[in-house]
Design a protein around this ligand. Structure first.
Ligand SMILES: NC(=O)c1ccc[n+]([C@@H]2O[C@H](COP(=O)([O-])OP(=O)(O)OC[C@H]3O[C@@H](n4cnc5c(N)ncnc54)[C@H](OP(=O)(O)O)[C@@H]3O)[C@@H](O)[C@H]2O)c1
Length: 280
């Protein structure tokens, strides 16, 4: 094996071009990593002239799942990272029918909201959920994700709550979107999600799904208490959310993709966000 191939096998990096399909919050974390990677990269938007202003013109593509006329804008032979809900199923199927031969590997960002949680469960704390747990196939995005996984060999990342600069859980507390309840929450920093997307492109097994979280389920009560002690953050919502929430296992991600988290500690990451941008 030549040295370049050895490095690719170790790092999961490839030299194929990459398209970030739907370059929003996560996509903007992927872009700087692709610059380090040194492969050709494009980003898509339904309105590139307004949404992709920071990118060179040559790297901007117009793409809208709802407008088949834009589908051929994607250069052939690239790997794709699909960063928006894969729905409705009819559009996903139509897209797959015409585009399947035109791309290489496909990573799809799903959500851990796919996992069914039975309402009558009294287990607390709730059991850890791994990739074998039942999913709710009535949800439109789950139907699209499962179609891409089963029919096109997509590598599916079931993502927990994404946070980072501009998406700060401390703001959710002060805005009353969450309060000091016993409900469990699972989070992943956008920078780590971006790194995991590239690890999945390089090392993920086609048609497999991987839960994506930092591996530490917290209760909102724990987060609120730490927020009060560490940053003087006072919750706006006092009411108890009776739902137990979910506890997501990231064991498969750790063992099979071998990604080393940059932000394994939520509170250290929140300190860092505050130090970079006190308004975030
Ligand atoms: N936020 C969370 O905590 C969370 C948790 C679990 C999973 N997820 C999932 O993870 C994925 C990435 O999340 P994110 O927060 O990075 O998403 P995001 O900021 O909304 O970025 C996705 C981008 O995709 C583009 N897009 C939307 N619909 C499209 C369509 N029909 N056709 C083509 N492009 C479309 C939009 O860009 P333009 O407007 O420029 O076209 C949008 O900004 C999403 O699927 C999200 O649902 C999010």
């Amino acid at each position: 094996m030549n040295p370049q191939h050895t490095r690719q096998a170790e790092t999961g990096q490839t030299d194929r071009p990459l398209i970030i399909l739907g370059c929003g919050y996560t996509g903007r974390f992927i872009l700087p990593l692709t610059a380090q990677r040194g492969t050709a990269t494009w980003a898509t938007s339904r309105n590139p002239a307004q949404q992709l202003t920071t990118m060179p013109l040559s790297q901007r593509l117009e793409f809208d799942l709802a407008r088949p006329a834009t589908w051929d804008h994607l250069p052939a032979g690239a790997d794709l990272i699909w960063c928006f809900p894969a729905s409705p199923l009819s559009a996903v199927q139509q897209w797959a029918g015409t585009q399947r031969p035109r791309f290489n590997r496909l990573v799809v960002l799903g959500s851990t909201s796919a996992y069914e949680v039975s309402d009558d469960s009294t287990d607390y704390p709730p059991p850890l959920i791994d990739e074998a747990a039942p999913i709710d196939r009535t949800k439109p995005r789950v139907q699209g994700e499962e179609y891409l996984r089963n029919e096109l060999g997509a590598i599916l990342l079931r993502v927990t709550g994404i946070y980072g600069p501009g998406r700060n859980p401390l703001d959710w507390i002060t805005q009353g979107r969450v309060g000091p309840s016993k409900k469990y929450v699972n989070l992943i920093h956008g920078e780590d999600l971006a790194g995991i997307c590239l690890a999945a492109i390089g090392k993920g097994t086609p048609s497999e799904s991987y839960n994506v979280s930092d591996g530490t389920p917290y209760t909102w009560k724990e987060i609120c208490e730490t927020a009060r002690q560490r940053w003087g953050v006072i919750p706006a919502a006092a009411q108890e959310d009776p739902a137990p929430g979910k506890r997501i296992s990231n064991a498969k991600l750790r063992t099979e993709l071998g990604y080393k988290l940059k932000h394994p500690d939520l509170y250290a990451a929140l300190d860092l966000i505050a130090s970079i941008n006190p308004q975030s």
